[in-house]
Design a protein around this ligand. Structure first.
Ligand code: DP6
Length: 363
């Protein structure tokens, strides 16, 4: 894979002070990424809906170091929701180290990062996806200003996805929308292990403006991070079968998204969610991220579907929360279903109504 294309060779140090703000969304995987090798190369291809309301807003102020300050270090301060956040710094410092080769300007400036999320962090909503993609977009805005050649939006998005991936794999799918594939797959034209690409085929009407109500079963910190979970796929007894299954599911969902077979969509998406959690149940050490209320919600969705013929379904991330997915024509009935039968299983009855979106926005 040609990663050389991401090393800039026509930068000018013409800017002393500048600032960029980006709003980037979270995403919800339909076929899951779970298992990777260095450097952040996925073991299988994945696809996600880009979300809208679950997002991160990040501003980075860049100030050029004076000659006396010039060093080869990456210097930044981090504020999360207005407060200095030392415990988030190591992950971002590691991210900056990893991308320095592709963003040499990181040592030329001191950076002040202000970030805020529209949702609780470490709750199973991919805060690393929106967080890392927002930083990547801010860096690409700086790169665009410094570059003596015109950078196309296509290149900016591709490199932002490439950079974001090096911070968090799923972040590669949070630059564009409404559907993004990450991971090389023979059925997806242009797909790559090193960046996400928008799903390249025409999507059936029924999958446009899809809704995702995120039921917050557990807003606390996860007991096992995704990073640890990915690691446990090394030497996992079912790893090979899982990676094959995911790639097969990606081929299937590509067709389903085009032909609008919603019952097949429901089957595949729910099976993916349960297969992901089955990997957790069968790793060494084993762990369970679902909570009793996760199962209550799943069962209630199945009963409701049986009773009403609704096309609602669920998926799960690496956490206890349930993503309730449904087509736009069921918006009102599902809102009632959630209020009457599902919100009681959420912490403080709290859920987030989200809808598929188009990706990063400069603000
Ligand atoms: C279950 O992208 O959070 O959400 O690359 O280690 O940062 P790192 O992992 P991360 O893993 C996401 C896993 C998942 C499935 C998915 O989004 O595809």
């Amino acid at each position: 894979m040609d990663t050389q294309q991401f090393i800039p060779n026509s930068l000018q140090n013409k800017i002393t002070k500048t600032s960029f703000t980006w709003k980037t969304p979270s995403n919800i995987a339909l076929v899951k990424y779970w298992g990777k090798t260095e450097p952040q190369i996925p073991k299988n291809a994945s696809i996600s809906f880009t979300l809208s309301n679950s997002h991160t807003i990040t501003t980075i102020d860049f100030t050029k170091k004076s000659n006396s300050e010039a060093d080869n270090k990456i210097n930044f301060e981090l504020f999360f929701e207005g407060k200095k956040k030392e415990d988030f710094k190591p992950k971002i410092a590691k991210f900056f180290e990893r991308i320095l080769e592709y963003c040499p300007y990181l040592t030329t400036y001191t950076m002040v990062i202000h970030s805020e999320n529209s949702f609780p962090h470490s709750s199973g909503i991919a805060s690393s996806a929106s967080g890392m993609s927002a930083i990547a977009m801010c860096l690409m805005s700086l790169e665009k200003s410094l570059s003596s050649i015109e950078l196309t939006n296509e290149f900016i998005n591709k490199k932002a996805s490439f950079l974001a991936r090096l911070g968090s794999g799923s972040a590669s799918r949070s630059i564009e929308g409404p559907l993004v594939v990450w991971g090389n797959h023979p059925d997806i034209k242009g797909s790559s292990d090193v960046f996400g690409v928008p799903f390249p085929y025409e999507v059936h009407e029924v999958f446009k403006n899809y809704h995702d109500a995120i039921l917050l079963v557990d807003k606390g910190e996860k007991q096992v991070s995704s990073t640890v979970g990915h690691d446990l796929m090394h030497n996992h007894p079912f790893a090979t079968q899982r990676f094959d299954q995911a790639n097969e599911n990606l081929a299937k969902i590509s067709k389903i998204l085009q032909n609008g077979e919603i019952d097949s969509f429901i089957n595949l998406v729910e099976s993916e969610a349960l297969s992901l959690h089955a990997m957790m149940l069968t790793s060494t050490p084993y762990f369970i991220l679902m909570k009793p209320n996760t199962l209550e919600i799943i069962n209630a969705i199945w009963r409701y579907r049986d009773k009403t013929g609704s096309k609602v379904c669920f998926t799960l991330d690496a956490g206890a929360n349930v993503h309730v997915l449904y087509p736009a024509n069921e918006t009102e009935t599902i809102a009632q279903f959630i209020d009457n039968e599902l919100s009681k299983f959420c912490q403080k009855n709290h859920y987030i109504c989200d809808i598929v979106g188009l990706g990063a926005v400069n603000i």
